[in-house]
Ligand binder design. Structure first.
Ligand code: CA
Length: 222
């Protein structure tokens, strides 16, 4: 899952980046509203954490433009503006959640997970798919209750696929969900992860079709 953090307070941004990378998210960080607006128009994210008091373009305007483009990506506002008016405005502009600073990191991480689930109409933290069970909080995968040991990116790829059952995803889209700008990625790497997942997961529950020239489609379990 790939997140965008928009935060101009550098020590806070780097602490948050570290915490989110520790949770196995790919994360891009920008420090002003114009850069956020540009990225959100050109990249696809699974969730956005948005400060409001930002240089160049205010967070409220970033959010307004995002929703005007019809983008439904979950947005958590994280701001020092604690007044009721600000909260109401933020939520009315289309934010999914609103947290005020100072905040507890564990609460922010829980809200990130909750909003990611809501973003795909999945309210349960555990995704069941045939004999496969994926625990999105602990980032662990089980087949018939036996844990599989997968690498971080393989787990990330599996989560993206499980959240997109029945939809074709191109390699580029898969990479966008898995990598931040800081990380090197190649089509080849995605193919290797796909190969490993196919080898390790049971075929009756993990039917991943290659759609020639387009991408991959995880079919509903038998
Ligand atoms: Ca700020």
């Amino acid at each position: 899952m790939r997140l965008l953090l928009v935060e101009d307070d550098q020590p806070l941004a780097s602490a948050l980046r570290q915490a989110l990378v520790g949770e196995n998210y790919a994360i891009d960080v920008v420090e002003d509203g114009a850069a956020a607006d540009h990225l959100l128009s050109t990249q696809s994210y699974d969730l956005v954490i948005l400060d409001l008091g930002l240089p160049r373009v205010d967070g409220q305007d970033v959010l307004r433009r995002l929703r005007r483009r019809g983008d439904k990506v979950p947005v958590i506002i994280l701001t020092a503006r604690s007044g009721l008016d600000h909260k109401v405005t933020g939520l009315d502009l289309g934010a999914d959640d609103y947290m005020t600073k100072p905040f507890e990191l564990t609460e922010l991480l829980a809200r990130v997970r909750a909003n990611l689930r809501r973003g795909v109409n999945q309210t349960e933290p555990t995704i069941s798919h045939g004999r496969i069970e994926y625990d999105s909080i602990a980032k662990r995968v089980f087949v018939d209750n036996k844990e599989l040991s997968l690498r971080a990116k393989e787990l990330g790829l599996l989560e993206v696929l499980l959240r997109s059952v029945g939809r074709v995803l191109s390699k580029q889209q898969l990479a966008q969900h898995l990598y931040s700008f800081d990380e090197y990625s190649s089509d080849n790497a995605i193919e290797i992860y796909i190969h490993r997942l196919r080898k390790q997961l049971p075929q009756d529950s993990f039917h991943l079709r290659t759609v020639r020239g387009i991408g991959y489609l995880l079919e509903p379990p038998e």
